[in-house]
Design a protein around this ligand. Structure first.
Ligand code: LLP
Length: 463
């Protein structure tokens, strides 16, 4: 990368990503059901409704920006995953995608388990009444206090991520007079086709214990020697926003390979395999994710085939989808503040949020779509970039999008598929107040995470 100053051309650093739609969609008013949550429709006024509520009413009552979460869609996705995997498998929702007490209660009611990766995610889960034995505790550097809390609460499994942690969890279990169920997270050496920051199963990164060089086998030896630990399985998570199942195939083969080695060396067959999360969703109409029943079928077939080949009984399978459940269920509702046409380039549409409520575009080059939602428009398409109100030019929410040319300040626009890793990665940059999460269902809107206030920020700033 050149670090010297140079005159910027008119389209400096401004190349449309390969494969990105270069022509405007046929109808700017159309809301692609792959990208928008299930109950989203346009009403007779031309405004968008979700959960039976007009977004103009939502904006008036809750303010903008706001994350609007379609509860019926969330529950339907939980049910679809639960049904797809059946009673011989477990579906752990990955709380890092988005966690709140209401979500925990919905998960509990819909029969899902929960994966947490910090003591505070665990606190939310327990506070909302998730039974501890349905919680899995993750993390590559769980603190002694977090381990202690998880063991004391009686979590169903702790996923061990390092040699040091084996000793720490064993000691905590001993102190509490428990035999803690554990899995070992291994890195299988798969390069998943995703952004580097969210790919996790190649070896040169911080998570898990490599299968390579016999390291995972050594971790198994150490765990099996410890009375206070019950080794129940092997865990692998290969990355995020993955569409190609071949990475899971290689991962399953290698994990099953390790189960075979464990049987041969120790005479025990571990009863569980967890293949992690990472299933992709549609952020734009160009994305075509698989349905839960296809994913379940494919993963079950892979594991069954590999176990048969290795002469192993079929272990209990679990998965940990986060994004695939919550991602498509929410959109972010913004009000347009300024519309700035740049001659020969594009129009910059500034909204009242930005990288503080959606860091994914800046961090991962993520692509999003956007639509005018407060009214219908038959104006010409206008090549636009939706940007926030923060003090840097990388503050981009939607890099390339078409919006109607009559877009004006005061219009409401919405960015779909922001249920995962947006509120959970939100920041207070420029002292932005993090937006609320408003759940909508059956004509009712319910704030499940309230908007931050100036008082919240000032309370933290103790002078
Ligand atoms: N299980 C484990 C062990 C994980 O580390 C993760 C995600 C998941 C499950 C859930 O993955 P999902 O199904 O949601 O893809 N902030 C990034 C994603 C980071 C994911 C980290 N681990 C993003 O915004 O794309």
């Amino acid at each position: 990368m050149s670090r010297s100053a140079h005159p910027a051309g008119p389209r400096h650093a401004d190349v449309l990503p390969e494969g990105h739609y270069s022509a405007p969609p046929a109808d700017l008013n159309h809301l692609d059901p792959h990208v928008w949550s299930r109950t989203v429709t346009r009403n007779d006024d031309g405004a968008v409704e979700v959960g039976g509520i007009d977004v103009r009413d939502l904006a008036a009552e809750q303010g903008t920006p706001a994350y609007v979460l379609d509860e019926a869609d969330f529950r339907a996705r939980c049910r679809a995953w639960r049904a797809a995997f059946g009673k011989d498998a477990d579906v752990f929702y990955a709380g890092k995608a988005f966690l709140s007490r209401a979500v925990v209660r919905w998960l509990h009611e819909e029969g899902l388990d929960l994966d947490v990766c910090s003591g505070t995610e665990l606190a939310v889960a327990l506070d909302a009444g998730m039974p501890a034995d349905r919680i899995a505790m993750h993390g590559n550097n769980k603190t002694p206090a977090e381990i202690d809390r998880a063991v004391a609460a009686g979590v169903g499994r702790i996923v061990l991520d390092s040699f040091q942690e084996i000793v720490r969890v064993a000691a905590a279990a001993e102190r509490h007079g428990r035999r803690q169920r554990v899995q070992i997270r291994v890195t299988v050496g798969v390069e998943a086709h995703t952004h580097e920051f969210i790919a996790t199963a190649h070896e040169d990164q911080k998570f898990g214990i490599p299968l390579a060089g016999g390291q995972a086998a050594e971790a198994v030896r150490r765990v099996l020697k410890l009375e206070s630990l019950e080794l129940v399985g092997i865990h692998s998570h290969i990355g995020s926003q993955i569409f190609d199942m071949s990475g899971f195939e290689v991962a399953a083969r290698r994990v099953v390979g390790l189960l075979g080695e464990i049987r041969d060396e120790h005479g025990v067959q571990l009863p569980e395999i967890d293949l992690g999360g990472g299933l992709g969703i549609a952020y734009t109409s160009a994305d075509d994710p698989a349905e839960p029943h296809q994913i379940a079928k494919s993963l079950t077939e892979i594991v069954t085939r590999e176990c048969e080949a290795a002469g192993l009984d079929l272990p209990r399978l679990s998965v940990e989808p986060g994004r695939a459940i919550v991602g498509p269920t929410a959109f972010t509702l913004y009000e347009v503040g300024t519309v700035k046409p740049l001659e020969g380039l594009r129009t910059y549409v500034s909204v009242d949020g930005g990288m503080s409520d959606n860091i994914r575009t800046a961090l991962y080059d993520a692509e999003y779509s956007v639509a005018l939602v407060s009214r219908r428009s038959d104006a010409e398409p206008m090549l636009s970039r939706v940007v926030g109100k923060h003090c840097e030019s990388g503050d981009i929410v939607v890099r390339d999008a078409f919006l109607p040319a009559d877009l004006a300040p005061g219009d409401l626009i919405a960015v779909p598929a922001t249920g995962a890793y947006c509120r959970s990665m939100a920041s207070n940059y420029n002292h932005a107040l993090r937006p609320p999460v408003v759940a909508v269902a059956d004509g009712q809107a319910r704030v499940i995470v309230r908007r931050e206030t100036e008082e919240d920020l000032l309370r933290l700033d103790v002078g």
